[in-house]
Design a binder for this molecule. Structure first.
Ligand code: ZN
Length: 352
C-alpha cells in the first residue's frame, strides 16, 4: 500500500516538473495521452490494486484521482501560458504572407505559382484600355448564328463565312463563337451610345492544331460608338495602348487596306518591329513591321441591325488574338505551349 502511494507520488512530482518544460501545444497533447490515458503508468498502478483491502483501494483511488486532477490542471495552465505567448508573439510580429511554405515532411520550400501568360496579357490589355475610358464587356461563348454572323453583316451563305471555320452545334443554330465580335452586337443592343468597350475572351475555330493554330484561342475586341469617333482616333488610341502593352516608346503604326464584312472601310494595322526598330530581323521576316490587328469603321448595316441610327452615330472596332500578342512580346514560337500546362514553360513568366 505504502509503495503504491509512493509510486503515485513519484508520478505526480515528475509530471509537475515535466509539464513546465513543455514548449508547444502538440507536446501538451502527447503528454496528456501518455500520462493520463489508458496506457499511462498511473492507470497501470490503479489496475493492479486488487490485492488491497477495500478501504485501502478507496484511499489509493481517491489519492490517484486527486493526482490526475492536479496533473490535468497543471497541463491546462501550461497550455494557457503557451497560447498567451503565441498571441503576444503574433501581436509583436509582422507576418510576411509572401514567404513560401514548406512541403510536408521534406523541409523543401514550396514553389511559388505565377499568373498564366494569357491571363496576364488580358489583365494588361484591360488595364491599358481602361486608361482610355474603355469598360470591359463579356458575352456567352456559345452563340446563335445571328449574334456571331448575321448581325455582323455576314448573312447565311455569305462567302465571308469561309474565313472562319466554325463548329456548329445544332442544325446551324448554335455555335461556339468564332470571334469576340458577337460581344459588340450584344453590347450595342443593350446600351445606347456613347459606347466604349473592350471584350476579351475565348473563341473557337474548326482548325487542326499546329504552332500557329488552335481550335481554341483568345481574342480581344474593342468598340467605340459615338457621334464623331474616326480612324484617326483609333490610330491614336492604339499607338498609345501598344506602347504600354509592349513597353516600347518607339512604336509606329502602319495602316493597310483590308476587308471585313462588319467594317467599312476595313483596315489591317501593323506596328513597327519591337525587336529591330524596323531594321529587319528574323521575328519580322526582315520586313520591319509586325502584323497585329484587324480594324475599321463599324459598317452602317451593323448599326442598323442593332437599331442604332448610322446617320447619327459612328465608330470603330478593332481586334486581335491575345496569344499573338504574348508570342510577339515574349518570343514564344508555338501557340500549343500555352495550353500544355508545362511548369517549365509557365515558370518563365513569373515577372509579368
Ligand atoms: Zn524586326
Amino acid at each position: 500500500m505504502e509503495k503504491i502511494k509512493k509510486d503515485v507520488e513519484k508520478i505526480w512530482k515528475t509530471s509537475i516538473s515535466a509539464i513546465e518544460t513543455l514548449e508547444n501545444l502538440e507536446d501538451i497533447k502527447k503528454f496528456h495521452s501518455t500520462n493520463l490515458g489508458k496506457n499511462s503508468d498511473l492507470s497501470a498502478i490503479l489496475r493492479n490494486i486488487s490485492k488491497l483491502t477495500i478501504s485501502e483501494r478507496k484511499e489509493i483511488g481517491q489519492f490517484a484521482n486527486k493526482v490526475k486532477e492536479n496533473i490535468s490542471n497543471n497541463l491546462k495552465q501550461q497550455e494557457e501560458k503557451l497560447r498567451q505567448t503565441l498571441y503576444d508573439k503574433e501581436d509583436s510580429e509582422t507576418i510576411d504572407t509572401t514567404i513560401s511554405g514548406y512541403k510536408l515532411n521534406t523541409g523543401k520550400t514550396l514553389s511559388i505559382g505565377s499568373i498564366h501568360p494569357i491571363s496576364a496579357m488580358i489583365k494588361l490589355i484591360e488595364d491599358t484600355f481602361a486608361v482610355y475610358g474603355f469598360e470591359i464587356a463579356e458575352g456567352p461563348e456559345i452563340e446563335t448564328d445571328w449574334f456571331c454572323f448575321q448581325a455582323l453583316n455576314i448573312p447565311i451563305g455569305h462567302p465571308a463565312r469561309d474565313m472562319q471555320d466554325t463548329f456548329y452545334i445544332k442544325e446551324d443554330e448554335l455555335l461556339p463563337r468564332t470571334h469576340t465580335s458577337s460581344v459588340q452586337i450584344r453590347t450595342m443592343q443593350n446600351n445606347a451610345p456613347p459606347i466604349r468597350i473592350i471584350a476579351p475572351g475565348k473563341v473557337y475555330r474548326n482548325e487542326n492544331s499546329d504552332s500557329r493554330h488552335s481550335f481554341m484561342f483568345h481574342q480581344f475586341e474593342g468598340l467605340v460608338i459615338d457621334d464623331k469617333s474616326n480612324l484617326k482616333d483609333l490610330s491614336n488610341i492604339l499607338q498609345g495602348a501598344l506602347k504600354r502593352i509592349f513597353d516600347n516608346e518607339n512604336i509606329r503604326l502602319r495602316i493597310r487596306n483590308s476587308y471585313f464584312p462588319f467594317t467599312e472601310p476595313s483596315i489591317e494595322i501593323d506596328c513597327s518591329c519591337i525587336f529591330c526598330d524596323m531594321k529587319g530581323c528574323k521575328i519580322c521576316s526582315n520586313k520591319g513591321w509586325l502584323e497585329l490587328l484587324g480594324a475599321g469603321m463599324v459598317h452602317p448595316q451593323v448599326l442598323r441591325n442593332v437599331n442604332i441610327d448610322p446617320n447619327k452615330y459612328q465608330g470603330f472596332a478593332f481586334g486581335t488574338g491575345i496569344e499573338r500578342l504574348v508570342m510577339i512580346k515574349d518570343r514564344v514560337d508555338d501557340t500549343r505551349l500555352f495550353y500544355e500546362n508545362d511548369i517549365r514553360f509557365l515558370s518563365q513568366f513569373r515577372n509579368i
